[in-house]
Design a protein around this ligand. Sequence first.
Ligand SMILES: [Zn+2]
Length: 252
Amino acid sequence: MIRILLNEKIYAERLLEQDTLDRKATFDLRILAKYLYYERNLTPNKIYLELIKIMEEKYTNFSLAKWQPLLLDLSKNATKYNLIEIEYIPITKNELLTIDNVASKPMQRLAFTLLCLAKYRNIINPNNNDWENYEFKEIFKRANIQATKKEQGFMIHDLRNTGLIKMNKLVDNLSVNVCYIDKEASEEVLKIMDFHNLGYEYLVYCGEKFIRCNKCGTLVKQNKQNNRLYCNECQLEKQLEWNRNYMKKARE
Ligand SMILES: [Zn+2]
């Protein structure tokens, strides 16, 4: 899934505190290059040297020969895009009223997800005019809707028939224009800060029981016992950590 970050400044600061970088470091390096330009006011040349330093420190078996073209490119283009710093995406009363009137729960989640994505694009690009062009696969995953490719096409088509969205065919993907973004700025009801499970965010608003993982913040369904604290991944990590400690204690 493409990562959508609302606050790249905080993300970059966390990366700098970490001991290691992810093996697929390209995404992180792009943000770090922007951070070094906008927050540290470094010139492209200095950004390049700093990125090398970061890689030497945090990337096992770093090879300059292999990474040089990318690092040069990122340093040169660090000025091209802004460092994204959004506190949250506001969702208003009017927008929710529109979505509440959509025919089915999955369609509501789809409408809600498209709204969040278009509003996000509007903030990072003031000339965006309510468009988004993420792949359908991406949109439905974020909307927490399980649907085949064919079903995805039908659902988008149905939403278009209601007049809520317009579409534009580009070379190999579809752009969706979201026509229910609140221009009157009615009361702000929701603050969306995490783009992983937008469908669940809508269900939370509908009153369904979810929790935010105590470790990573991902929204997951609460269990029947009402005692879930972590998402599956963090739960597994906790369990492994607990096992390690237990074995260590047993040996001592
Ligand atoms: Zn988690």
